[in-house]
Design a protein around this ligand. Structure first.
Ligand code: NAG
Ligand code: NAG
Ligand code: NAG
Ligand code: NAG
Ligand code: NAG
Ligand code: NAG
Ligand code: NAG
Length: 921
């Protein structure tokens, strides 16, 4: 018993020891086997299965019976899942419908269920793919027979499941490849012929409103013409600046078997050519690889952007090695690295430990290093490994056999695995990959160190530049940096504020070679509390060291908001003229002009942006005298109805900036506003013309007054004929105050109440005084009573009129034209009340009103005459009134003085009458 126990114990110890030993030996093996690195053999062991950063989520499909067919992971983090109905009898087929689920980063899902039946040749077997295009457009590319000839067609649909347009995409074998930058559209490359010439057609992104696609350019990729070489195959790949790369594989012609064992003959050559937007002509092919080995074949497996700049292609070399009598064929993988200038960088073997699976993927990660994925035909499980730039193993992970579909968000380095669908549920696992560096993580771009403004900062709308600090020295390149205002609507493109290309001379690189300064137009951040985002296109800058384009930022990454504005000065309507360019002018003259005006107003209201009511036109236009082929159009910016709206001056200035910077703003993207001539500024029309009628009326009334005055003097030289002017002054004063109150004072809310007080109270007081005067006159003055009873309706009119200014009653005593109406016999008491009353009016009404108007004048921006007229006439009225009143006082005083002197002279007046004279004054 004991013996056996000891034996077992020793056995266990033995096994234990040997296992340690073996482990030690095997790790020794590992150490000696590494090609690129010591640790790379860990690529053969399945790494850990889960990690704490993993994210699970479940998608539930609302439509019964739909199954996941495939997925698309967009660089901005959107996952598209294509759902389809299976055909039980034939797994290679699907029912002829299209269902797509668009899952955003926020979790919001858009369901696209197309009401369209595809032809059998598209769905059995499945001959259909989809391609996300710009904005909310998606193109479904499918095969259709037309009169027995099969062709490719693109059905362009939007997120609302609407079919917008359809396009013929050539023969079944044509390659359709979207640009990395969706706004640049996509390319169709025809199958290369025997001699290797492949025609290409560059198609635009869909038009925002119509969804139509047009051809932007076309041409051919043609093989370098080399004697004794024949074209074998080609390969195309995407460039991060939105262009395309095209590789040609050429083989030496041996001309039969007889000749040449010349060791210097290059049997295989690889050339690369680049096609970019703008030139629409491929670069001359450059030789990037050649070999003297007589290989069986060379094939491209994949090409990807290298995070160090340039591109890496994985190529397979099939070689037959003859050893003595034995020969064996082996396939080896290599990485071919080159720059977009066409210069070769390096050619190195992909270690066997990477390629020893049934299939593998090797790509460069944005945050540094490489991702290796290995696939086996006997399982759907997958292992992946992260290597650093030198190929050293850094980390790894795996997806179990329960996962059946994979994808990857390449931009942020996240792998995605989907489990077998159960019912309507899809379980999705996101595995973030190890980042070898985490610079610029906020920007999803390791090249960006920081920006000003920072992400989520609240900025002043008046900033005049933004800056980006890169982690490496950079130079400006040709792509754009654009600022958009977020509109909160997924389906609407965001509002473009400005877009500047790196080589526009407006952008500059600071002296440190790291910081890029981008100017901001005053119209760019013109809305308060609004969110903006800056999109840096790939190839906005290039690295100084390698001259290779750097990647930019996606939408909605570099976001910030404007602070609330202080309410600015109110400003009145402005009318201005803008000039159309020659093309626009001739178009304007040939089309319906009011429609043209309307289209421009609509575009302005969207682009500024401002309510459409704020911009109007009187439809006036004229030829520009200095540029006779061009026309000037007149537009009016109406004044704001409330303090919440931007003032007309702000809108006018914004529009002026937009026009001046037309080439960099959304104005140049609109069919109508692009016809504006940016070399002529939006100028305010002189307002003299507008107010000419007012001035004429004013002058005419003065002339009439003067004529009336002389008529009155001729009729009755004794009358107080100046009363004509007095009355005109009172009327004018009132008219001006009323105009101001009705039309202007509302623009300055803080002045409304004071204005009302100083308008209403004095008039009520005047009205009461007038009633008091008339009543007491009627009661105590028999002469007045007789005068009045002959003209009964007069009293009410006069009472109302004198509410304006009690001084108006004075007119009734003026004896104008010798008319009876103007000869009211007022008592001295009433005259005194009138005199004092009108004096008080000056201080209780006219001066406060003038002060209010001055305050108004200071708090608004004004372009018309009303406020100035109000001020001038207010001042004049007060001066006149003061002079007149003082004159009356003087007369009264002199009068009294004379009477006292007379009394002293005559000395027969009683003391009572002296008292009465005194009290009369
Ligand atoms: C990467 O993008 C996906 C999709 O938007 C997102 O779900 C995931 O959290 C992102 N991962 C990281 C590490 O940011
Ligand atoms: C699908 O389209 C056809 C005609 O194009 C229409 O008659 C039918 O009502 C549509 N069905 C749905 C569900 O919209
Ligand atoms: C390698 O080339 C030989 C000869 O052309 C061919 O028979 C073999 O199938 C090729 N191997 C691979 C893996 O392509
Ligand atoms: C699949 O095949 C690989 C080798 O090709 C092997 O190492 C692995 O164990 C197999 N897995 C299963 C689940 O059979
Ligand atoms: C930059 O923007 C302008 C105006 O929107 C556009 O015409 C041009 O093609 C863009 N350039 C690049 C390189 O994207
Ligand atoms: C910036 O680049 C220029 C030219 O490429 C070079 O002459 C200069 O020394 C660099 N400046 C710094 C601070 O590195
Ligand atoms: C802007 O935001 C501030 C505070 O966040 C708020 O008080 C103000 O009403 C907002 N203004 C507008 C126009 O929304």
């Amino acid at each position: 018993m004991l013996k056996m126990f000891n034996l077992a114990k020793m056995l266990i110890i033995f096994i234990y020891l040997t296992s340690i030993c073996c482990f030690y030996v095997s790790s020794q093996n590992v150490l000696s086997r590494g090609i690129l690195s010591q640790n790379i053999s860990s690529l053969n062991t399945p790494p850990q299965n889960t990690s704490p950063q993993d994210i699970w989520y479940t998608y539930e499909e609302p439509i019964e019976g739909l199954k996941r067919y495939s997925t698309h992971a967009l660089s901005e983090g959107i996952l598209m899942i294509w759902m389809a109905f299976e055909v039980k009898e034939d797994p290679s087929c699907m029912l002829p419908y299209f269902h797509l689920r668009v899952i955003e980063r926020t979790g919001r899902i858009t369901y696209i269920d197309l009401n369209y039946t595809f032809p059998p040749e598209a769905v059995c077997p499945v001959n259909m793919i989809f391609m996300p295009l710009s904005y909310n457009y998606i193109m479904i590319i499918y095969v259709r027979s037309n009169n027995g000839v099969k062709g490719k067609y693109g059905l362009i649909i939007n997120y609302d499941s609407e079919i917008k347009s359809e396009i013929y995409l050539g023969s079944v074998n044509d390659h359709i490849i979207s640009s990395v930058i969706s706004e640049k559209g996509f390319i169709r490359i025809e199958d290369h012929g025997k001699r290797g010439i492949a025609a290409w057609h560059w198609l635009s992104a869909p038009d925002i409103t119509t969804g139509k696609v047009v051809e932007l350019g076309s041409g051919e990729f043609s093989v370098p013409n080399l004697l004794s070489y024949t074209f074998v195959n080609s390969f195309n790949f995407k460039l991060i600046d939105g262009g395309f790369g095209y590789a040609y594989i050429l083989k030496y012609n041996e001309m039969g078997s007889s000749i040449s064992n010349d060791p210097n003959i290059q049997y295989w050559k690889i050339y690369i050519s680049f096609l970019r937007e703008g030139t629409y002509s491929p670069t001359t092919p450059s030789l990037v690889y050649q070999t003297t080995t007589k290989l069986n074949s060379i094939a491209f497996k994949s090409c990807f952007y290298n995070n160090d700049g340039g591109y890496i292609c994985i190529v397979s070399l099939n070689n037959t090695i003859t050893n003595k009598d034995q020969s064996r064929t082996e396939v080896n993988y290599y990485q071919l690295e080159f720059l977009t200038t066409g210069s070769f960088v390096q050619f190195g073997a992909v270690p066997k430990v990477i390629s020893n699976a049934d299939d593998f993927d090797l790509i460069s990660l944005i945050y540094g290093g490489f991702l290796v994925e290995k696939y086996y035909t006997n399982t759907t499980a997958k292992n992946f490994y992260i290597l650093d730039n030198n190929g050293n193993y850094k980390s790894g992970g795996s997806f179990g056999p329960e996962f059946v579909h994979y994808n990857m968000f390449t931009r942020n380095g996240t792998l995605l695995g989907i489990k077998e669908q159960t019912g309507n549920k899809l379980e999705i696992l996101l595995k973030p990959l190890l980042r070898l560096n985490n610079y610029g993580a906020e920007y999803d771009n390791p090249a960006i160190e920081s920006t000003k403004p920072a992400i989520h900062e609240f900025i002043d709308s008046s900033i005049n530049e933004i800056t980006i600090k890169y982690s490496i020295p950079v130079r400006l390149s040709t792509a754009n940096i654009s600022i958009f205002q977020l509109n909160g609507d997924l389906y609407e493109p965001n509002l473009l504020r400005q877009t500047i290309s790196g080589d526009s001379k407006l952008c500059t690189v600071g002296s440190d070679n790291h910081t890029v300064h981008i100017p901001i137009f005053s119209s760019t951040f013109n809305q308060q509390n609004s969110s903006y985002h800056v999109v840096i296109d790939n190839n906005f800058v290039i690295s100084q060291e390698r001259n290779e384009p750097l990647i930019g930022t996606n939408e909605k990454v570099w976001m910030f908001s404007t602070k609330p504005f202080k309410t600015g000065k109110h400003s009145e309507s402005i009318t201005g003229l803008l000039r159309l360019n020659e093309e626009g002018s001739s178009k304007f003259l040939q089309t319906n002009q009011s429609e043209f005006f309307n289209n421009i107003i609509q575009a302005f209201s969207k682009i500024i942006p401002v309510d459409e009511q704020r911009i109007t036109t009187n439809g006036k236009w004229q030829n520009d005298s200095t540029f006779p082929k061009q026309v000037l159009l007149s537009f009016t910016i109406n004044e704001a109805k409330s303090a919440m709206e931007p003032s007309s001056k702000t809108i006018f200035d914004n529009l002026g900036t937009l026009i001046k910077r037309k080439g960099f703003t959304a104005l140049s993207n609109n069919e109508y506003t692009s016809l504006i001539d940016e070399s002529a500024s939006f100028t305010m029309t002189s307002y003299f013309g507008k107010f000419l009628p007012l001035i004429i009326i004013y002058l005419i009334s003065i002339i009439i007054l003067i004529i009336l005055y002389f008529l009155a003097r001729r009729k009755n030289p004794e009358g107080r004929n100046m009363a004509i002017f007095e009355i005109a002054l009172i009327v004018q004063d009132f008219a001006v105050d009323l105009t101001f109150t009705l039309l202007r004072v509302n623009n300055t809310p803080h002045l409304v109440i004071p204005n009302m007080v100083f308008l209403i109270v004095p008039h009520v007081v005047n009205f009461l005084l007038a009633i008091n005067i008339f009543l007491s006159e009627v009661a105590t003055n028999p002469m007045f009573y007789t005068w009045f009873s002959e003209l009964p309706t007069l009293l009410s009119i006069c009472t109302i009129f004198s509410a304006i200014d009690v001084l108006a009653i004075n007119t009734l005593t003026s004896n104008l034209f010798g008319l009876k109406v103007f000869s009211a016999p007022l008592s001295q008491r009433s005259r005194n009340i009138i005199l004092w009353g009108s004096f008080i009016n000056i201080f209780a009404e006219d001066i406060p009103q003038l002060i209010i108007q001055i305050l108004y004048f200071n708090s608004v921006v004004t372009y018309d005459l009303i406020p100035s007229l109000v001020l001038i006439s207010g001042g004049l009225v007060i001066m006149n009134k003061l002079i007149l009143r003082s004159f009356h006082m003087l007369i009264r005083w002199c009068h009294r003085h004379d009477e006292i002197i007379d009394f002293n002279r005559n000395r027969h007046l009683s003391a009572g009458s002296i008292r009465s004279i005194r009290s009369n004054v």
